[in-house]
Design a protein around this ligand. Structure first.
Ligand code: F6R
Length: 608
């Protein structure tokens, strides 16, 4: 989704802003723009397409301005065009605004402004907001922004720059993330720390309903209602190097190869093998409160939803707690049935997904405790949760989520483990599970060692247009995740079913042009899965099987076989997902897709 970066300091702003925008490219966008105050005059350049095209348009221009802001837009109101791109400038030509989010009452506001004779150049809600601020401006910019924001309904993360205030940026948020970056004689503002972590790791997260004034050496936060806010800065725990490709062809490939580390990071300090225990510090629940939980509801979207579905399996298997997973976008409007014995988990890599955030708020409104399973530290969902687990996967830049999935299912496993040991799980079982968890990251590494084999196979599968993905038990969500990954980055049709469901309808689709990826590890469903494979073979269906090392017998049933190491039956999802992530990646590469920035998608979906 849209990206924001702003700078005020002692260095020329232009390259800092353009570099910042490039760091935000992964969020997905269709146009980009930049504004500075060059020799005191508001100067704006914007363009449809990639940041490189904006740079090309700027040519050899090097502005001296030490203040400015830049934006990548993901179209919501009005198609991608230069007129609709940000920054938007007011009718006086002195005030510029960049905006993430949606102003819901922009039509009414626009009519009011049109009555006053203001003409609009674009179809955007943002141009309405910049003119509203300008209309209320009488010399005090912060007050004008505060007054304007009192009149708008909707979500925003904004930055404002005015010719009359050459050393000041104003920023505010409601529902769209804004982070201040504090430097030495320079300050930054961005929608995502990635944009500025190359310059400072000292950050302050703005809360909803807050506005900040940034100068080169100072920053001041207030509420929209003008109360002073004091907030300590926090330090970003990862370095800019982690947000770089480090020799990999794509971020997605790098992040798949970081899956073993993602598991280690999510487990670090949380498993005690000698006692057969898991302990998560942030759940904010006493042991009695944990025993009192009778039902768990997991809310999430996309890949995080599938991680939640693996989580459901872990929670029911290890902790024997009835668990349901709901799409956050449905949950928020379904008037969910919740009581004092229900615990809700909100799962989100970005911590900013609008549907998940709204679902969390709906659950809290009903008086239920919501715990977050989040990657991005300081994100909105992390802050609004009543506790939870950071997965510490580090920055995930590829639009398609991969390593965070492993982090999320690790978190669920640890939660199930912790709850399980307070209920039915014996110490012996706990020790066995803990011992296996300790070696599982190495087994993920071993699964990754088959990457070249996946690459070879992918060449062949890239020529098909339709795919089935099948799995049973906790490998059914792995089939769903594998199918989602393939469709989102390669644009090939793929759908997933619980393996035995094939015969209830989908098998009608099978012919020699419709391959099936079957997850068939050596678990309790092994024999049954083989029978299902035979049913598909009998209809000339092509099979790619993912199975456990040593089960070469599968080569007699399947056209191609990919192997993963042996593990405890419930833990296979940690391994079977690896070849499926690699397969999606290699097929997309083979089809020459833009793997890290697939069409129509955004990294964090901050609109409904
Ligand atoms: C799939 C993908 C999306 C996200 C979904 C939720 O690869 O990236 O389906 O998983 O938009 O995003 P978060 O986890 O940030 O809430």
């Amino acid at each position: 989704m849209c990206g924001i970066i702003g700078y005020v300091g002692k260095r020329p702003a232009q390259n800092i802003l353009l570099d910042g925008l490039k760091r935000l490219e992964y969020r997905g966008y269709d146009s980009a723009g930049i504004a500075v105050l060059e020799h005191g005059k508001l100067t704006v350049e914007k363009n449809v397409g990639r940041i490189l095209e904006l740079e090309a348009k700027l040519g050899s221009t090097q502005w001296a301005s030490t203040i400015g802001m830049a934006h990548t837009r993901w179209a919501t109101h009005g198609k991608p065009s230069t007129a609709n791109a940000h920054p938007h400038v007011d009718h006086t030509g002195k005030l510029a605004l960049i905006h993430n989010g949606i102003i819901e009452n922009y039509r009414e506001l626009r009519k009011e402004l049109e009555k006053k004779g203001i003409a609009f150049q674009s179809q955007t809600d943002t141009e309405v907001l910049v003119n509203l601020i300008s209309d209320l401006y009488t010399g005090d910019l912060r007050t004008a922004v505060q007054e304007a924001l009192k009149l708008v309904r909707g979500t925003y993360g904004i930055v404002v720059l005015h010719e009359d205030h050459p050393g000041m940026l104003i920023t505010a948020r409601n529902g769209s993330p804004i982070v201040l970056g504090l430097g030495d004689g320079e300050n930054f503002v961005a929608s995502d720390v990635t944009a500025m972590v190359a310059h400072t790791k000292n950050v302050v997260y703005l809360e909803d309903g807050e506005i900040a004034e940034l100068h080169a050496g100072t920053h001041e936060i207030r509420t929209i209602g003008n109360e002073t806010v004091t907030r300590e800065a926090s330090e970003v725990a990862w370095s800019i190097k982690q947000a770089e490709r480090q020799g990999y062809e794509h971020f997605m490939l790098k992040e798949i190869f970081e899956e073993p580390e993602a598991m280690r990071n999510a487990m670090r300090g949380r498993v005690i093998p000698s006692e057969g225990l898991a302990k998560l510090g942030g759940l904010n629940l006493t042991e009695d409160e944990m025993r009192d939980v009778r039902r768990i509801v997991i809310i999430a979207c996309g890949t995080a939803y599938y991680a939640g579905t693996v989580g459901e399996y872990f929670l029911e298997h290890y902790a024997r707690i009835p668990t349901e997973v709901e799409f956050a976008s449905e949950f928020r409007y379904n008037n969910p049935v919740l009581d004092e014995h229900t615990l809700v988990f909100a799962v989100s890599q970005s911590g900013e997904t609008a549907d998940t955030l709204a679902a969390l708020r709906e659950a809290q409104r009903k008086g239920v405790r919501v715990l977050g399973i989040i990657n991005v530290v300081g994100s909105t969902i992390a802050r609004e949760s009543n506790g939870g687990v950071y997965i510490h996967s580090g920055p995930e830049i590829g639009v398609a989520s991969t390593k965070a999935f492993i982090g999320q299912i690790t978190a669920f496993l640890l939660i199930a483990f912790q709850f399980g040991r307070l209920r039915t799980m014996s110490q012996q079982e706990g020790i066995e599970l803990a011992n296996e968890l300790i070696v599982l990251p190495e087994k993920i590494e071993r699964a990754l060692a088959y990457a070249n084999r996946v690459k070879e196979i992918a060449k062949h599968y890239a020529s098909y247009k339709n795919f089935f993905y099948l799995g049973r038990g906790a490998n059914y969500p792995i089939a769903l995740e594998g199918a989602l990954k393939l469709k989102e980055i390669s644009y090939l049709h793929s759908e997933a079913y619980p393996t035995a469901e094939m015969k209830h309808g989908p098998i009608a689709m099978i012919d020699e042009n419709f391959p099936t990826v079957v997850i068939v590890p050596n678990d309790l469903y092994y024999e049954k899965n083989i029978s299902n494979i035979e049913e598909i073979r009998a209809r000339s269906g092509k099979i790619l099987a993912v199975t456990t090392e040593g089960h070469t017998i599968l080569e007699e049933y399947a056209d191609d076989v990919l192997y993963v190491p042996e593990t405890l039956h419930p833990l296979y999802p940690f391994l079977t997902i690896v070849p499926l992530h690699l397969l999606a990646y290699e097929v997309a590469v083979d089809l020459q897709r833009d793997v890290d920035k697939p069409r129509n998608l955004a990294k964090s979906v901050t609109v409904e």
